[in-house]
Ligand binder design. Structure first.
Ligand SMILES: [Zn+2]
Length: 313
């Protein structure tokens, strides 16, 4: 499981650098069978057809760097991959709230005093209290990550309301807004330029909501609408799903099973013939997990990390 292939991003746990990615893919392509998710799913009931120790490569969210950095490498090495698209990101209808929040908090920290003295900056009292507590008790980036983790317990509506409240505060105190931002996500046009049959598109919902926090009608809409949109925009059929943040339960899996043939989580571990096809484990790869102390790709660090992650199943 990859997220971003780029040299800088606020959340380094989601990042693999360009050079590292290329070396990692070269290593995998040379050493192991890499199969497509389609192949895996088609052969799930005939497990003997699945090559031993094979890899499936996936990308979450649909970041722009999948298109301009990862895809050329995959294509050259003939590595199949599945990209899980959040349709609202590709359509520029919503953004990755964690990134938005990181940007906001970085700017708001400069006005920490004002924030601490004002009441009710965030209209949901418990969230307001939590942010103040974190600012008083943690430093810098730690506040952002702890606050993100805390917000993941709330419905998507409440998360977005929190961000809007912080934006209002930011505007009112004319804190500098960094508008010079490049586009983060791949567009439908770019996706339609991908002709390589080895690349498939899966769904990662419309709004990247944590589905276990939402009502059933919202869950149903996120699961079905995203498939519909990708199929309409790309004229490809979509049969694979990926739960945002990995969160799922039996009810959600049942809804997914009605229109998809597989679903991935973010839980570590290998996939075997006994795996639940609607709750497939994946091993998330980031820069730290595959590089040595000099920052170079190391097959030893890679193998070690894969082994450690496989134990999480
Ligand atoms: Zn995601």
């Amino acid at each position: 499981m990859f997220h971003r292939v780029t040299d800088t991003f606020f959340d380094v746990s989601l990042l693999v650098k360009r050079k590292t990615f290329e070396e990692c893919m070269q290593y995998i392509a040379r050493r192991c069978p890499v199969i497509s998710l389609d192949f895996l799913v088609q052969n799930f009931d005939r497990w003997e057809s699945v090559p031993h120790n094979s890899y499936v490569v996936t990308f979450d969210d649909g970041w722009i760097d999948f298109y301009d950095t990862a895809y050329p490498v995959l294509s050259r090495l003939k590595i199949p991959a599945t990209v899980y698209l959040t349709t609202g990101f590709a359509s520029l209808k919503c953004s990755y709230w964690q990134e938005r929040l990181d940007n906001l908090l970085a700017q708001i920290f400069a006005e920490k005093r004002t924030l601490l003295t004002k009441d009710n900056i965030i209209s949901i009292p418990e969230i307001n209290l939590k942010l103040k507590y974190l600012i008083l008790n943690s430093g810098g980036a730690e506040v952002t990550f702890k606050f993100i983790d805390y917000l993941k317990e709330f419905t998507h509506d409440k998360i977005l309301k929190t961000i809007t409240d912080l934006e209002v505060f930011q505007e009112r105190h004319s804190i500098k807004v960094d508008n010079n931002k490049e586009r983060s996500f791949v567009s439908w046009d770019e996706l339609n330029h991908i002709k390589d049959p080895n690349i498939s598109f899966g769904s990662h919902t419309v709004n990247h909501m944590i589905l276990t926090n939402e009502q059933t009608d919202v869950v149903k809409e996120e699961i079905s609408k995203s498939k519909e949109i990708i199929e309409k925009e790309t004229e490809r059929s979509v049969i694979h799903f990926c739960y945002p943040n990995g969160n799922n339960n039996d009810g959600i899996k049942e809804i997914v099973a009605k229109s998809y043939k597989s679903a991935c989580t973010t839980k570590g571990g290998f996939v075997s013939k006994d795996s639940d096809i609607y709750s497939l484990n994946r091993i998330g790869i980031n820069e730290e997990m595959v590089t040595d102390w000099r920052g170079n790709f190391s097959k030893y660090v890679f193998i070690y990390s894969i082994f450690i992650e496989s134990l999480k199943a």
